[in-house]
Write a new protein. Structure first.
Length: 475
């Protein structure tokens, strides 16, 4: 096989197929065929290979190759095999069922839903005892008819697009591979064992991957219904205009290929349910956000306002709504006056609902807007305004002096008269952010969330180290 492949390498796939010592030469017409034949025979004689004349056939329109009849029309079942199957007596032993199954299995690519039809005979081969059911008898007759009337399969042309139609049922999965409306192959597999418990989605996915593995080496377009896209494209007002422009070379940002329109390698999708289906299928693969979904879609498909369509779909996706929270660290930041140095402008917030400890279950969070340094001061929620002020002066003022201004989320403690007059006395302007407009105080809110994450990781369930936790984070 290796030697044969080596010597005939320049011709393989051009007009030659080699399988061990079988050689098949195919040509579009008689004149080229004679040239091809001469080329091959020259190589064979040079390499001292001999062919038995009685085993060769020349200048024929159909030939028996590897058990199939290959002709100018395509691939068909070997007539002698059909005859053997037709004359097959009803099996009486397990061995005979097995050889019948083996023979018809060879022709499975010609029979639609082969596995489903054969399942009753397959069931007869299970176990060690021979049982022939009435269903098996019916199948036996049907398979004979199917094989006698088997279609001719066209040979795949890899320069043309393929169509793959898949279908799955409770007992088997099947696919039909066709090209230009003509059949290339049937693919079928019976489900057994754990595969029987697969959900329809999994079965269909398995079937798609199996049928691709066995019949296709590449699948360039993931959407089905190419014909539909092509038909709708021509009548679409937007793409129709572009197509006519492209056809007379008026514009070069689009490319026409085989009736399809491409923009920078993306397939153009006309208006219709196909767009929604593409968004739905590609979003549902991982329920990623709209930016990511759009990125996946725009890798392969194009239509005007696709980003808007994607965003609309993702926003209304039920799974995403149920599974995902709304908060993210990417909040809307409002520009605040840029601080001139460290600890000249701070924002503060209260972190509450933490485990109760000796020093309280709340924290005052103070973040320097310049260096982003954060201090966490333990306190009790019930602490009065004066106490908060004292704490602040003890912990922050002592170290960093008095900032101006302070951004707070307008906690009632901050709007207390005393607190306000205290700051006014100290010449600090209190900037009233609002809890309902968190962008002003987004900086502290972000630190709050991060603080929660780090705290959980630092404390690791040990409450005694809880009070120390924030101190560690602060420093
Ligand atoms: Zn989703």
């Amino acid at each position: 096989m290796r030697v044969m492949n080596q010597v005939s390498r320049p011709f393989i796939r051009k007009f030659l197929v080699v399988y061990f010592d079988d050689i098949l030469i195919y040509s579009p017409d008689m004149k080229t065929h004679l040239q091809h034949l001469r080329d091959i025979l020259e190589v064979l004689s040079k390499e001292k290979f001999y062919a038995g004349l009685n085993k060769c056939s020349f200048m024929t329109n159909s030939v028996l190759f590897l058990g199939y009849v290959v002709s100018k029309d395509g691939l068909s079942v070997d007539e002698s095999k059909v005859e053997t199957v037709r004359d097959w007596k009803t099996p009486t032993t397990l061995t005979k069922v097995r050889s019948f199954h083996g023979l018809v299995s060879f022709c499975r690519r010609f029979i639609h839903n082969f596995s489903a039809i054969m399942s009753s005979i397959t069931n007869c081969m299970k176990g060690t005892k021979f049982t022939w059911t009435p269903e098996a008898s019916t199948t036996f007759k049907e398979i004979k008819v199917r094989l006698t009337t088997a279609p001719i399969l066209v040979l795949p042309d890899f320069s043309q697009p393929f169509e793959l139609h898949c279908d799955a049922s409770g007992i088997s999965i099947g696919a039909i591979l066709s090209q230009g409306g003509r059949l290339v192959a049937y693919f079928n597999e019976k489900l057994s064992g754990s595969k029987l418990n697969y959900s329809t989605y999994d079965v269909e996915f398995m079937q798609l991957s199996l049928s691709r593995r066995s019949k296709l080496t590449r699948l360039e377009t993931q959407a089905m219904g190419f014909e539909l896209i092509r038909d709708h494209l021509a009548i679409n007002p937007y793409f129709g205009l572009i197509m006519s422009d492209v056809s007379i070379d008026l514009r070069n940002d689009y490319v026409m290929n085989n009736g399809h329109l491409y923009k920078d390698g993306q397939l153009c999708i006309p208006e219709g349910s196909m767009r929604l289906r593409i968004v739905q299928d590609l979003h549902n693969e991982g329920h990623v956000g709209h930016d990511q979904t759009f990125k996946i879609i725009s890798n392969q498909f194009y239509w005007p306002h696709s980003r808007r369509d994607v965003a609309r779909f993702v926003v209304s996706c039920r799974t995403c709504q149920v599974a995902k929270g709304k908060s993210s660290n990417a909040g809307l930041y409002m520009p605040l006056p840029i601080p001139k140095g460290p600890w000249t402008s701070v924002s503060k917030d209260f972190v509450s609902g933490l485990p109760r400890t000796q020093r309280g279950n709340d924290f005052i969070l103070v973040v320097d807007r310049f260096s982003k340094m954060a201090h966490f001061i333990a306190c009790k929620k019930t602490t009065n305004v004066v106490h908060v002020a004292t704490l602040y002066f003890r912990e922050i003022y002592r170290l960093h002096g008095l900032p101006m201004p302070i951004i707070s989320d307008r906690d009632r403690r901050f709007v207390g008269h005393f607190w306000r007059s205290l700051w006014r006395l100290a010449n600090t302007k209190l900037d009233f952010g609002s809890s309902y407009h968190p962008q002003t105080d987004e900086q502290t809110e972000v630190v709050n969330r991060t603080f929660g994450d780090i705290l959980r990781a630092t404390i690791d369930g040990n409450l005694k180290s809880f009070v120390m936790g924030p101190t560690i984070i602060s420093s």
